[in-house]
Design a protein around this ligand. Structure first.
Ligand SMILES: Nc1nc2c(ncn2[C@@H]2O[C@H](COP(=O)(O)OP(=O)(O)O)[C@@H](O)[C@H]2O)c(=O)[nH]1
Ligand SMILES: [Mg+2]
Length: 207
């Protein structure tokens, strides 16, 4: 049975860099990864119905921090800094790697949404990122963004093709933060993840 998850409330909590403290963990934390400009911040805003919640930018590489958004005061949605923008210096790449390593190895994240552009084959950085999340053994869902840029009749097929090119089972959710396509499907996914994260009542605690 699918039960639609609704975001009643969304707020920005805090940002952390390579050293800053993360907020106290909640049972459910979902993080979003993907290359710069793929539409991570736009997706958060679209889900939360708030265009100003996460800063979006037409010029890539602006998010250098791990940004925590609290949904319904119950779960964290985390905007991770994007990878693979051409102008990044070696130092910047290194600090991005350290930031991501620290976050992923913290054991907080329960699920990752990996975003890929529906129009293009995965980049080397996408492939590296995908291997990395397999290595960390983190459950993930692939989301193919900017679906409004291609014919609607091709979205499902193209999204799945991108997943396959990444080396994943051939399934990705086609999504557009412009038209809201795929939003209901993604909200269902969040609902499922949220329910799976809920602490299970132990037999001994039941009365
Ligand atoms: N057409 C279209 N543009 C999008 C979509 N999502 C994001 N964008 C645009 O892509 C650019 C980068 O978006 P942003 O959310 O900041 O990407 P981020 O770097 O991954 O956080 C912005 O100019 C957005 O308006 C989408 O679904 N469709
Ligand atoms: Mg962003």
């Amino acid at each position: 049975m699918e039960e639609q998850f609704t975001i009643r409330q969304a707020e920005f909590m805090t940002s952390a860099g390579v050293e800053g403290a993360y907020p106290s963990p909640l049972p459910c934390e979902i993080a979003i990864v993907g290359k710069s400009n793929v539409g991570k911040s736009s997706l958060i805003n679209c889900l939360a119905n708030n265009r100003k919640l996460a800063k979006t930018s037409a010029s890539p590489g602006k998010t250098r921090l791990v940004n925590f958004f609290l949904l319904n005061k119950a779960l964290y949605l985390v905007d991770l800094p994007g990878y693979g923008f051409a102008k990044a210096s070696k130092t910047e790449q290194k600090s991005w790697g350290a930031l991501l390593d620290r976050y992923l190895s913290s054991g907080r994240v329960r699920h990752l949404f990996m975003l890929i552009d529906i129009r293009h084959a995965p980049t080397q950085d996408d492939l590296t990122m995908f291997r990395y999340l397999i290595y960390y053994n983190i459950p993930y869902t692939l989301v193919a963004t900017k679906a409004d840029k291609i014919a609607k009749s091709k979205c499902r097929q193209e999204a799945n093709r991108r997943a396959k090119e990444l080396g994943a089972p051939p399934f990705a959710i086609p999504f557009s933060s412009e038209t809201g396509e795929g939003k209901a499907e993604l909200m269902n996914r969040i609902g499922q993840i949220f329910r799976d994260c809920a602490p299970i009542e132990k037999e001994s605690e039941k009365e």
